[in-house]
Ligand binder design. Structure first.
Ligand code: PMP
Length: 285
């Protein structure tokens, strides 16, 4: 593969490229004990980086790993790595924990074998352009069915299947329901809809990621006097929305321009939310 410029901190050193870190006996590779988080740098800012660092530690604990980095130490390391790139570069910042060895019966991770790395690499910010969505046949599991309280690598084959299915039908992304059949999120981001000037978004019921971007956008909208309701949303509600947009670390906010056969335009609330986010983010440099 042709990797974009990448720096990774592991075991005390910064390495360039894609250095091998695991072997055939590594628990994470074999049995999936890997958690990560994704933050961004763009235009010289790193919005909510502290919250992404805190979340990766919480994800590690949720899987039975022992986080070895404090949030403050992780932030220092991020700053060190960011200095290796131009100040205004568009970057993905990915801390990751995994287990090298298995514990009891070899199946749970051995907490003492937890390892950490931090990778930073160039990923362009996508253009502010609409994308299409369709209803996925795949659903978000509950906490009894999968470790949805962690941002765990083992959850992503489900997202991948939703995306493959959407792509095969000619759509860009998929709306994924929860186990109850209510709207949860997109395969790779959270979802918001607008009706009559009010923003509605699925109540975070623990089956999907309560995204850091989602929480930030809700706070910014409310502070701007726009009502946001977190509630149960059906797929039918989505298909009748005035506006739909996504929130997530990768693109921050993007408008949805089509849901199944219905075309949508980026609307005034989407535009306002995106402006509020960028104004807030850029004021923090
Ligand atoms: N849901 C899923 C499945 C995701 O992968 C992401 C991206 N991390 C999100 C939602 C959005 O979360 P955040 O705003 O914290 O990036």
């Amino acid at each position: 593969a042709q990797w974009s410029k990448t720096w990774t901190f592991v075991d005390g050193d910064w390495l360039e490229g894609n250095p091998p870190l695991v072997g055939p006996r590594s628990h994470a590779l074999w049995l999936g004990s890997c958690v990560f988080d994704g933050a961004r740098a763009f235009e010289g800012v790193t919005p909510d980086l502290d919250r992404h660092c805190a979340r990766v530690n919480a994800s590690a604990e949720a899987l039975g790993l022992t986080p070895t980095m404090s949030v403050a130490a992780m932030l220092d390391l991020c700053r060190e790595g960011l200095a290796k790139f131009p100040r205004d570069a568009a970057l993905y910042i990915r801390p990751m924990y995994w287990a090298e060895e298995g514990g009891y019966f070899g199946v749970p991770p051995l907490p003492e074998s937890t390892r950490f790395c931090l990778s930073i690499y160039e990923v362009p910010m996508p253009a502010d352009a609409g994308f299409s969505v369709t209803l996925s046949s795949h659903r978000r599991p509950t906490l009894e069915q999968a470790p949805v309280n962690a941002k765990a690598a083992c959850l992503y084959p489900n997202s991948a299947k939703a995306l493959m299915e959407a792509k095969a039908r000619g759509f860009d992304n998929a709306v994924v329901l929860d186990a109850m059949g209510n709207v949860a999120e997109l395969a790779t981001a959270n979802l918001m809809m607008v009706r009559d000037g009010i923003v509605h978004t699925p109540y975070p019921n623990g089956t999907f990621l309560n995204g850091i971007t989602r929480q930030r956008v809700i706070a910014l909208l409310r502070a701007d006097g726009i009502e946001v309701r977190e509630r149960v949303i059906s797929y039918r509600d989505l298909t009748e929305a005035d506006e739909l947009f996504s929130t997530g670390n990768y693109a921050k906010l993007l408008p949805i321009s089509r849901i199944d056969a219905r075309d949508l335009q980026p609307g005034p609330i989407y535009r306002r939310a995106r402006q509020l986010y960028w104004d807030w983010a850029l004021s923090r440099s």
